[in-house]
Design a protein around this ligand. Structure first.
Ligand code: GLN
Length: 193
């Protein structure tokens, strides 16, 4: 049985646990990651949405930063959503509050959709899915720039809101807040590949 970790320092933890269990149909075991040593026992990892500055700080105080960087470099499949997307980036535009982990060759614009669109929903065309995906955005970041090895999977207007680079799948929205299991399924397929 595949064991999947959800980084459980802050944010949408229980929602991802439920979504993974639903998408895994009894074939995955989901564990909440808070301690050093837990990550290496997992075959994949989710970095949830929440507040990237808080999660970043907690990673340091729980001593998990180096483990996470090493796991990502060794090819551990990682699903990074919203605040998680900010964390995996190479650079955050004009923002010194959060020091990203530099796991993916992307540049992020935090809270990119402005205050009047703090939260919105949109039907996205996502590469690899045959029907639109109804996505929920909450104070969402956008991917402002992608490097050569990054595949763009979806956009809202010009803004890139889903992308993949090797073992990293990164989204600006919250797939754990809707009942549609397809994103978590794509992620679980990355474990089998
Ligand atoms: N705006 C938040 C941040 O930059 C992310 C919001 C979210 O995860 N819903 O941390």
């Amino acid at each position: 049985m595949a064991r999947i970790g959800v980084l459980a320092l802050q944010g949408d933890v229980s929602e991802h646990v439920l979504a993974l269990e639903r998408a895994g149909k009894g074939k995955v075991q989901v564990v909440e990651i808070r301690k050093s040593g837990q990550m290496e026992a997992c075959g994949a990892l989710v970095l949830p949405g929440g507040e990237s500055t808080t999660i970043r700080r907690q990673l340091e105080s729980f001593g998990l930063t180096q483990e996470l960087k090493a796991a990502a470099r060794q090819g551990l499949p990682i699903l990074a959503t919203c605040a998680g997307l900010v964390l995996v980036s190479q650079e955050v535009e004009g923002d010194s509050m959060v020091k990203p982990l530099g796991l993916m060759d992307i540049k992020i614009s935090r809270n990119a959709f402005g205050p009047q669109r703090e939260s919105f929903e949109a039907d996205l065309q996502i590469k690899g899915l045959d029907r639109p995906y109804h996505a929920v955005f909450i104070r969402a970041p956008a991917i402002a720039q992608v490097g050569d090895g990054v595949e763009v999977l979806a956009r809202v207007g010009e803004a890139v809101v889903a992308a993949r680079q090797k073992n990293l799948l990164a989204l600006a929205f919250h797939p754990e807040l809707t009942k549609d299991p397809r994103i978590h399924q794509i992620f679980l397929n990355m474990l089998e590949a």
